[in-house]
Design a protein around this ligand. Structure first.
Ligand SMILES: C[S@@+](CC[C@H](N)C(=O)[O-])C[C@H]1O[C@@H](n2cnc3c(N)ncnc32)[C@H](O)[C@@H]1O
Length: 212
C-alpha cells in the first residue's frame, strides 16, 4: 500500500459525510448537477472514484463505466453504494499506471485527484493514453482560487478538523494551471472554469487528439 493510499483509505468509511462537512452539501450537489450535464459518455473510465459520489451520476450516461481507485477501502464503500447499476465495474487501478489499453475509452473522468497527487501531469498523460482520439476528458478539483478570504479560513478550519494536515505532495489546482496541464498533453481544452459559490472547484473538459 502506498503512502497516498493509506492517507485516504483511513477516511473511507464516512468519506462522503466528511466531504459534505468540509465543502457543504449544496456545493457538492451543484457539482453533481454539472457532471450530470455531460451526456452520452460511452465507454467511461473514472479515476480515483473514492466512495462513489460521482460514479452514480456517471453511470446513468455511461455505456460501461470502469470506476477505479487505488484504495481497497474506498472501493469497498463504493461497491455498497452501486449495486443497482449493472454497467459499473469497480476495479483497483493506479492512475499513474492504468491496466487498460491505449485508445480504449470515450470518456475519462477524475474528481479531486489532480490536486492530491504528486506530478499530476503524469496522471493526465496516462489518462490521455487510454482516451480515444477525440475522446472526452473531464477533470474537476476543489480549489481555493476565487474564494473569499473568510470562506478560505472557514473551509481550512473544517478541513483540518476533518482530515488533519494535508499530504505534502498535493498542490492547489487553478483554472489556468489545469488548462496548461491539459494543453501540454496535446489535449484541446473545451471548457476550463471555476464553479461553486462559497467553495470553488476547477472544472475542465478537454478533447483527446491521439497525439500522446
Ligand atoms: C480526495 S479523494 C476523491 C475521491 C472522489 N473522486 C471524490 O471526489 O469524492 C482522492 C481519491 O484518490 C485516490 N487515489 C490517491 N492516489 C491515487 C492513485 N495513484 N491512483 C488512483 N487513485 C488514487 C484515493 O484513494 C482517494 O479515493
Amino acid at each position: 500500500m502506498t503512502e497516498k493510499e493509506t492517507h485516504w483509505s483511513r477516511f473511507a468509511a464516512d468519506f462522503e459525510e466528511r466531504n459534505e462537512y468540509v465543502v457543504g452539501k449544496a456545493e457538492i450537489e451543484l457539482i453533481l448537477r454539472k457532471v450530470a450535464e455531460q451526456k452520452s459518455l460511452g465507454r467511461t473510465l473514472e479515476l480515483a472514484c473514492g466512495a462513489g459520489t460521482y460514479t452514480q451520476v456517471l453511470a446513468k450516461e455511461a455505456e460501461l463505466l470502469y470506476a477505479t481507485d487505488l484504495s481497497d477501502e474506498m472501493l469497498v464503500v463504493a461497491r455498497k453504494k452501486l449495486p443497482s447499476f449493472s454497467n459499473v465495474r469497480l476495479e483497483k487501478a493506479d492512475c499513474f499506471n492504468l491496466p487498460y489499453e491505449n485508445n480504449s475509452f470515450d470518456t475519462v473522468f477524475m474528481a479531486n485527484l489532480l490536486h492530491i497527487i504528486p506530478e499530476p501531469e503524469n496522471a493526465v498523460t496516462e489518462a490521455t493514453r487510454v482516451l480515444k482520439d477525440n475522446g472526452r476528458l473531464i477533470a474537476l478539483s476543489f480549489t481555493t482560487e476565487g474564494m473569499t478570504f473568510l470562506n478560505k479560513l472557514k473551509m481550512g478550519y473544517r478541513y483540518l478538523r476533518t482530515y488533519g494536515k494535508p499530504p505534502a505532495d498535493g498542490q492547489q489546482l487553478t483554472v489556468e494551471g489545469a488548462r496548461m496541464m491539459m494543453e501540454s498533453r496535446s489535449l484541446t481544452v473545451i471548457t476550463a472554469e471555476l464553479i461553486g459559490h462559497n467553495v470553488k472547484a476547477v472544472f475542465v473538459i478537454a478533447r483527446g487528439n491521439g497525439e500522446v
